[in-house]
Design a protein around this ligand. Sequence first.
Ligand code: PNS
Length: 160
Amino acid sequence: MTTALYPGSFDPFHLGHLGTTQQAARSFDEVVVAVLGNPQKQSGLFPVPERVDLVTASVVHLANVRCVAFDGLTIDLAPQEDAAVIIRAAHKDLRTERSMANANEMMSGIRTFFTAPEMATATISSTMVRTLMAQGETAAAAALVPPPVAAALRAQVLGA
Ligand code: PNS
């Protein structure tokens, strides 16, 4: 039984993240999506506990996926969750991703598997969703995320 850990900020969880999670769920017995607070990304849309709820609602159709929050290093969470591998999508800055993967492997022996993003969602990023929200383009932002996240984005505008 192999458990894969998929760490990220997920602020918010978008359709690219969902695609990566689905690919991982097909490839591994269990997938743990881990919402890690990233101090370098202060101006977030949702607090970490709400991100966990939104990821959980977005992956409800995937029986072997669950979501947790963690404040610390990915490699410290991995043994707690019995995770043997780390998952990351290969659509971001690959140089940074490679050095993070190398650091994680050097410190723990845990290897990172990179998934190729699906073409339809390859260019979506959480930054793009946050930028659209900041510009009042809620409908455009909502089109890039799973339905539970879209509802939360709309609710945020109504509550503002
Ligand atoms: O979705 P993101 O913001 O690209 O995710 C980045 C994240 C959360 C995966 C990364 O910042 C991270 O792993 N943070 C936890 C600290 C850690 O383990 N860093 C890597 C070794 S230095």
